[in-house]
Ligand binder design. Structure first.
Ligand code: LLP
Length: 414
């Protein structure tokens, strides 16, 4: 149990979070190396050991220490920008460990990736295919491609993180994909390796995944009948996590992952299968630690104002997302209110209408499951510096894995 109350005080392993706040200030993110290792182990056992290639979706959290940890477990990188490509290269990921997804890639980014000879370009449009073909030709290279298919499947998640529906910008029409693959010579500098799908994120109901696997089995069988030979299928990411219990272990998610792997192998096992999970590897590995600035009430509506904000955790504002709230000093819930940050937006709440315990100015509080899409989506809105990231190691030691941005660094760009 990595995050836990010991003597009624919130700890990461045996480190009292008060020690972290005193050393590095608040707000900050505290990560557990133990949880990251456990998550990577589960993904390895469920997928890599079954023959899948697993690329971590770097956008979920791109802290280099985390990327290096995943690399040591055999995970590759799923990137979506030239910047992510450069980071992967900087950290020593080899060309065959990098896949490039995303609905819009600039010519400069495509060139960088061609020169890096990455494993796959996941192409999402005809225009991108034409640009890639032309660039590859001019560089005297062949571009390895998976075409991203839009299967029009509802992932049953928040509309802002659904990507598999026709009304979403992602992927290509199945008929267009068929016609491209039936006439591949129209793109002489493209090597078509297969298909890619990513229908959405935070998917908790296995049904959309079952539908996706069935869809792809039927679609690829139809293509094979027309003489199209494919070698690779990338099923994307999207595995959901339980945001209601910060202390839950990934092992409770394991049957869901195993069943996905078995289904995919059963119906698409003739292909080299790939997945690109992000959230499930990192979400439960961190807390956002903040300090209470004070309590206030507008009429009978109570607010707890803390020094953490949407700038550090934008998910509640963007997706009405729930993140479990834990006071540093354990006590029973005694009132209902909103927990808000200092940022000048009414959407700047980290929790709305939440049953909370009595907290006072200066108390420490934490929002759980802040490992995915928190730090990587942080901003400096209101001239708030990017905050530090701290890792509690398996050895119990505390390591600063990103320091707080300074005012001088913020102003230097102007
Ligand atoms: N592959 C592709 C092509 C993706 O676009 C994504 C995520 C993933 C893989 C990884 O998905 P995951 O396993 O993490 O669900 N900011 C939102 C999530 C956006 C997901 C974007 N794409 C949130 O905080 O919920």
């Amino acid at each position: 149990m990595a995050f836990q109350y010991l003597n009624d005080r919130l700890h990461c392993e045996s480190v009292d979070l008060k020690t972290v706040a005193e050393a590095y200030g608040t707000p900050n993110y505290v990560y557990s190396e133990t949880i990251l290792q456990r998550n990577a182990t589960v993904l390895k056992t469920c997928f890599i050991d079954r023959g899948f290639k697993v690329s971590y979706a770097m956008k979920a959290n791109s802290n280099p220490e985390i990327l290096k940890l995943f690399h040591s477990f055999g995970l590759g990188m799923d990137i979506v920008s030239g910047g992510e490509l450069k980071l992967a290269q900087h950290l020593g990921f080899t060309s065959d460990e990098i896949n490039y997804a995303g609905v819009g890639k600039t010519l400069e980014e495509l060139t960088l990736a061609l020169e890096a000879q990455i494993a796959h370009f996941n192409v999402e449009s005809e225009f991108e295919l034409e640009q890639l073909n032309a660039l590859a030709g001019s560089l005297g290279r062949q571009a390895p491609v998976l075409l991203r298919l839009n299967p029009d499947i509802d992932p049953q998640t928040h509309p802002h993180i659904s990507t598999g529906l026709k009304t979403n910008k992602f992927g290509m029409d199945p008929d267009l994909i068929s016609s491209i693959l039936i006439n591949p010579l129209e793109y002489p500098h493209i090597d078509f390796h297969g298909l890619h799908c990513h229908i959405g994120s935070q998917i908790l109901n296995p049904q959309p995944f079952d539908d996706l696997i069935d869809y792809l089995a039927a679609f690829t069988a139809g293509l094979e009948q027309k003489g199209v030979e494919l070698s690779d299928i990338d099923l994307g990411g999207g595995f959901g996590v339980n945001y209601h219990d910060a202390f839950e272990d990934i092992l409770t998610t394991t049957p869901y992952l195993e069943s996905f792997a078995e289904q995919a192998l059963g119906k698409l096992g003739q292909y080299q299968l790939h997945i690109q999970p992000g959230r499930v590897l990192v979400a439960n590995s961190a807390l956002l630690l903040a300090q209470v600035l004070g309590n206030k009430a507008n009429g009978d509506h109570k607010f707890v104002v803390i020094d953490g904000s949407t700038t550090e955790l934008i998910r509640p504002a963007l997706y009405d997302a729930y993140h479990a709230f834990y006071p540093h000093e354990k006590q029973p819930n005694s009132s209902t209110g909103d927990i808000v940050g200092p940022v000048c937006e009414s959407s700047d709440g980290l929790a709305k209408g939440r049953e909370i315990s009595e907290v006072q100015t200066g108390d420490l509080v934490a929002f759980a499951s802040a490992g995915a899409y928190a730090s990587s989506m942080a901003s400096t809105y209101n001239m708030r510096p990017l905050c530090p990231e701290i890792m509690v190691g398996v050895d119990g030691g505390i390591k600063l894995i990103r320091r707080r941005q300074t005012f001088e660094e913020m102003i230097a760009l102007y």
